[in-house]
Ligand binder design. Structure first.
Ligand code: GLN
Length: 446
């Protein structure tokens, strides 16, 4: 009740929620109280959380930040929602996001931009900007999010929160609105690594309904948090400290690396030579997959439908024309073009080849080091409106995060200081299924 009041009083300043489910939250909290009284409390019993509005919630609107799904009330819960509910968490509502998770600033949301609690003239990052801002403004201690190219880590960096994108396939994608299926992965944003570990332990796990799920038991991600990191080998990729990185951001990250040396870790310079190809490869692969995934929104079965269609073609064209925003249309056009008969080999196949090279860079690096560290985003939060007119400048926000998705590796962002009172994020990239280790490494610093 206290947090619901706080949301009501403060969220007008941040716009981090699209839907607040007060009544349902109080019911869930009541059930949690009863379970506590009966002594049968699961791990997260009574812990308030929020879900990014990309996760289907039974009986609660799931907009995905789009006019297209403004009226969509799913008849079922996503696996992540089910899992957290089973663990006893109490959901307070659905958080704002870039439309269909396409963006790095939350400015593509049909429901308006999310404002950064550190400076409300600035963006909170995206696409999970609502989840990050809600945690940063202490409206909830943790929230679910998704990351296709950086959407958990970059908003975490810009809001002084901690976010973890798990290994691809660790968390079920069932019931999560698909953007780019070979890259999408759900994870937590919370106050620190310890809380992320608790949330991930509840979110992850096997699920036959998602054919790309790794079918592994989640286990307890908190078990290794207090392990010493003496002797840890930290790879520092030289490509992550080049042109385009804000000098003050670089300085905060270097300070954090020095702290790690004091904790007994060893810094090893490494090279990820195909780093500069990650953004271009991503902006072929992600739009290609998005163009296929978003073809389901046709005005027929669910979602926005235009008024008085003249015929079927008119129904498709006007429903999609009215329902989708500009960035989503741009991605559908690029993706459809890249997949078209004459261009498939030149763009899509080429991008998939580049993806393999990027993955090989990481596999080779992890033969020498235990984790990789660098900045999460090239600069602190920028002004609302500053990059909207320049999609390429916006795409470069994810220059340090996208390669991880292309390779399927786990990555996290944790706070490492501020520049002019704006937060900076340190990124930790781990080897496949090494979430427990990156959480441990983050926890030792925090
Ligand atoms: N900013 C990237 C994009 O716009 C990544 C978004 C995401 O991870 N969902 O595609």
């Amino acid at each position: 009740r206290q947090l619901l009041d706080r949301i009501e009083q403060r969220d007008g300043n941040y716009n981090s929620f699209i839907t607040v489910t007060a009544e349902q939250a109080l019911q869930q909290a009541g059930a949690a109280d009863r379970r506590l009284a009966e002594g049968d409390a699961p791990a997260l019993c009574g812990v308030p959380i929020a879900h990014k509005d990309i996760f289907c919630t039974s009986g609660v609107r799931t907009s995905c930040g789009s006019k297209m799904l403004d009226n969509f009330v799913p008849p079922y819960d996503a696996a992540v929602v089910e899992n957290l509910q089973k663990a006893g968490a109490v959901s307070l509502g659905k958080t704002n996001m870039d439309e269909f998770a396409m963006g790095s600033s939350n400015e593509t949301s049909y429901y308006g931009p999310v404002k950064n609690p550190w400076d409300t003239d600035r963006v909170s990052g995206g696409s999970s900007g609502g989840s990050a801002a809600a945690v940063a403004a202490q409206l909830v201690p943790g929230a679910t999010a998704t990351d296709t190219g950086g959407s958990i880590r970059q908003p975490a960096a810009l809001t002084n929160t901690t976010g973890l994108k798990p290994t691809y396939g660790r968390v079920s994608r069932w019931g999560m609105v698909a953007f780019a299926s070979s890259l999408d992965q759900a994870g937590p944003i919370a106050r620190n690594a310890g809380d992320c570990a608790h949330l991930l332990s509840a979110m992850a796990g096997p699920d036959r309904r998602d054919s790309t799920n790794l079918q592994r038991d989640a286990g307890d991600f908190t078990a290794d948090l207090n392990r010493s990191i003496e002797g840890l080998k930290i790879g520092v990729p030289k490509e992550y400290f080049g042109e385009g990185l804000n000098a003050d951001t670089a300085a905060r990250v270097q300070d954090a690396l020095k702290e790690y040396e004091k904790l007994g870790a060893e810094l090893v310079e490494i090279s990820l030579p195909h780093t500069d190809l990650a953004v271009p490869a991503y902006y072929v692969i992600a739009p290609a997959e998005a163009s296929a995934n978003l073809s389901r929104f046709d005005g027929v079965r669910y979602g926005h439908r235009c008024e008085n269609p003249a015929d079927l073609r008119d129904l498709y064209m006007r429903s999609r024309g009215e329902g989708f925003g500009e960035e989503v249309k741009r991605r559908i056009l690029v993706g459809t073009y890249a997949l078209s008969a004459g261009y498939y080999d030149a763009y899509y196949n080429k991008a998939q080849q580049v993806r393999r090279l990027i993955k090989r860079d990481f596999v080779q690096a992890f033969e020498k080091v235990d984790v990789i560290m660098g900045p999460t985003a090239p600069s602190p939060a920028f002004g609302i409106g500053a990059k909207v007119a320049d999609p390429v400048a916006m795409y470069l926000e994810d220059i340090y995060t996208i390669a991880t998705n292309l390779a399927g590796l786990p990555g996290m962002s944790l706070p490492c200081g501020t520049v002019n009172n704006l937060p900076v994020g340190l990124q930790i990239i781990g080897n496949y299924l090494d979430e427990a280790r990156i959480l441990n490494v983050a926890h030792q610093y925090q």
